[in-house]
Design a binder for this molecule. Structure first.
Ligand code: HEC
Ligand code: HEC
Ligand code: HEC
Ligand code: HEC
Ligand code: HEC
Ligand code: HEC
Ligand code: HEC
Ligand code: HEC
Ligand code: HEC
Length: 351
């Protein structure tokens, strides 16, 4: 290590040693960048760590200038500890420790996202000693770009590690629309968030997916563009599956596994309802129901109303019963009230 350090100093520091320690924070941003890059802008600037591992110290000027920070931030906003040259003695013994030393650099300015990330699944894995991404793994360091421009960037970012999900999603009704430039469909982070990602396998989170789907699928202006029904939530909630999901969400009953939107439609593989491979296409529906209703017959789905309200055309019997009750019940109650009133009147008259 000593020797490499010696080389660095020989190359860059000699002219500076005579002057008083350079206080980068006192100079303007541009001067600061020029100063830092006078050493770190050299392609072969590097360091050999005590472990023997070689670490490049090269920062590409054009890449940094094009990044989101390049236009207004200097170097010391992220590297306050290296504002003085020569820098304080490096404590890292190996590459892992060297990289870990940069973990909290973003916290000063992006405190909110930082604290959110501490609540996410990735961080939980990190604290258990596993490998999972933190800021730099998703965003980069000197080459940070706007993470949602274009919007397909989001699934590309997550897809670098979750390739199978990203591939499945790309073929779904939402993913295909996204690739075609549709701004309305959900990307990974609309459903999972980017920083405070919840564990998607818990029952509690799964129950929240109803509201997630409903947020868009009950939006009349949005769904109007695609000619899709916004009655899907109301019809679901008035159905046995939706009713028990509501009960489970309010914690009134022990949580049973009822059918959520995602159990019938899928998650990353949602297709148009009329698509040949759709899990909710009439021809495939029996298979979807058998996931939970073991031994459901071919006619089993037919006994169920899907998202439809009963009508004269669809489920006429259910519709007729509904209409009958709508007329019959007010009739009975009205009759009862009338009878009581007549009774009272007679009592009063006969007194
Ligand atoms: C005179 C050359 C020189 C200048 C100017 C310089 N550095 Fe360094 N820098 C080094 C050397 C050499 C190392 C290797 C480790 C060490 O000696 O501390 C290093 C290491 C680093 C590291 C790695 C972490 C660490 O603590 O070693 C960072 C980050 C860094 N410099 C940032 C900066 C910033 C920001 C500036 C501008 C304010 C800057 N450097 C200016 C020579 C320089
Ligand atoms: C947005 C914050 C940010 C800014 C601004 C920034 N850096 Fe860094 N820098 C980082 C992070 C994060 C790392 C660790 C990279 C990693 O883990 O891959 C790093 C690493 C380094 C290293 C160690 C070598 C390496 O690439 O890992 C040097 C040297 C360095 N930066 C110098 C600079 C210089 C010079 C500037 C100004 C031109 C600068 N940095 C601006 C965040 C920043
Ligand atoms: C010194 C303060 C500072 C630090 C430290 C800092 N940032 Fe930033 N960051 C900013 C500012 C200010 C902006 C807004 C840039 C602009 O619009 O000019 C920004 C923008 C961003 C954006 C783009 C936001 C958008 O909506 O396009 C991302 C992503 C980002 N930072 C990530 C990071 C990461 C990751 C780190 C740590 C490696 C980091 N930042 C460290 C100040 C900082
Ligand atoms: C798993 C990947 C991932 C990790 C880890 C991650 N981000 Fe992000 N970040 C994203 C994505 C994707 C977006 C785009 C916003 C969205 O889709 O909600 C984003 C957006 C941002 C933004 C700009 C938008 C905003 O919310 O202000 C900033 C700033 C940011 N992240 C900073 C950070 C910091 C700081 C860390 C570390 C504590 C971090 N990110 C960790 C993926 C990640
Ligand atoms: C650098 C790699 C990397 C990136 C990028 C990444 N993840 Fe992860 N993610 C992991 C690892 C590793 C796990 C731990 C579980 C595993 O081994 O699959 C994980 C776990 C998860 C989990 C919990 C489910 C599980 O299997 O434990 C979710 C949800 C998740 N990631 C979503 C995302 C989203 C959304 C993004 C993009 C914003 C993203 N990830 C980006 C590596 C990554
Ligand atoms: C429409 C909402 C939605 C979108 C968009 C979405 N997901 Fe998911 N994701 C879910 C739901 C719901 C689950 C849990 C479902 C399950 O267990 O089958 C899940 C589960 C996961 C899991 C854990 C799977 C497991 O069982 O290990 C990961 C990882 C994941 N998603 C990553 C991603 C990535 C990456 C993207 C973007 C390419 C993405 N998701 C897009 C809703 C979504
Ligand atoms: C961010 C808004 C948004 C969210 C969240 C969302 N969707 Fe969608 N969804 C759309 C849009 C927009 C379309 C229409 C895409 C097109 O046809 O190009 C669509 C299409 C669909 C279709 C295809 C309808 C058809 O037959 O054409 C189904 C099924 C669907 N979504 C189910 C779901 C489910 C289930 C969830 C929850 C896991 C969900 N969506 C979450 C916006 C959303
Ligand atoms: C028990 C299974 C099941 C559940 C649970 C379910 N759906 Fe459906 N869904 C279907 C079937 C079957 C169809 C096809 C109806 C048809 O075209 O005849 C459908 C159609 C749709 C459509 C297309 C509507 C259109 O206008 O073409 C959307 C969007 C949709 N469902 C969203 C949802 C949402 C959101 C939820 C949760 C609130 C949900 N579904 C719950 C089975 C289900
Ligand atoms: C994820 C599991 C799951 C899936 C998939 C599912 N169901 Fe159910 N279903 C349940 C559970 C649990 C109950 C009983 C509790 C309740 O009322 O929700 C139920 C109740 C019912 C009932 C009420 C009568 C009875 O048997 O208890 C009917 C009818 C029904 N489902 C039809 C369907 C049809 C048709 C499909 C396929 C389109 C389907 N279900 C898919 C879990 C599921």
């Amino acid at each position: 290590m000593k020797s490499t350090r010696g080389v660095c100093f020989f190359l860059f520091v000699i002219p500076l040693v005579a002057s008083p320690p350079l206080r980068a924070e006192a100079s303007t941003r541009n001067e600061e960048i020029e100063t830092c890059l006078s050493c770190h802008g050299e392609k072969d600037a590097s360091l050999t760590l005590p472990s023997g591992e070689k670490q490049s110290l090269y920062v590409q000027r054009d890449v940094f200038e094009k990044s989101v920070h390049g236009a207004r931030q200097g170097c010391t906003g992220c590297h306050p500890a290296q504002a003085e040259v020569p820098h304080p003695e490096l404590k890292a013994r190996d590459k892992a420790a060297f990289v870990a030393g940069f973990k909290d650099l973003c916290k000063t300015c992006h405190f909110e996202n930082y604290t959110k990330a501490l609540d996410g699944v990735h961080y939980q894995i990190l604290t258990k000693g596993g490998s999972a991404p933190f800021c730099v793994d998703c965003h980069g360091a000197h080459d940070i770009a706007s993470p949602t421009v274009p919007r397909t960037r989001v699934s590309e970012t997550c897809g670098t590690c979750h390739g199978d999900m990203a591939e499945t999603y790309a073929k779904s009704v939402h993913g295909l629309a996204l690739a075609a430039g549709n701004p309305d469909v959900p990307v990974c982070t609309d459903c999972h968030h980017a920083h405070d990602i919840a564990d998607p396998r818990t029952k509690d989170w799964r129950l929240t997916t109803i509201d997630l789907c409903a947020k868009c699928h009950t939006n009349k202006t949005m769904m109007g563009k695609y000619g899709l029904s916004t009655n899907v939530l109301a019809s679901y909630l008035s159905d046995f599956h939706g009713m028990s999901a509501k009960l489970a969400a309010s914690g009134e009953k022990p949580k049973i596994i009822t059918a959520l939107c995602i159990d019938c439609h899928g998650t990353h593989d949602i297709t148009k309802a009329k698509d040949g491979s759709s899990q909710v296409l009439k021809a495939n529906l029996q298979k979807t129901c058998t996931k939970c209703h073991a031994g459901a017959s071919k006619n089993f789905p037919a006994a169920w109303l899907s998202h439809y309200e009963p009508s004269m055309k669809r489920a006429p019997l259910v519709w007729a019963v509904g209409v009958f009750y709508k007329i019959f019940i007010p009739f009975i109650i009205g009759g009862l009230c009338l009878q009581i009133l007549l009774h009272l009147w007679r009592v009063l008259v006969n007194r």
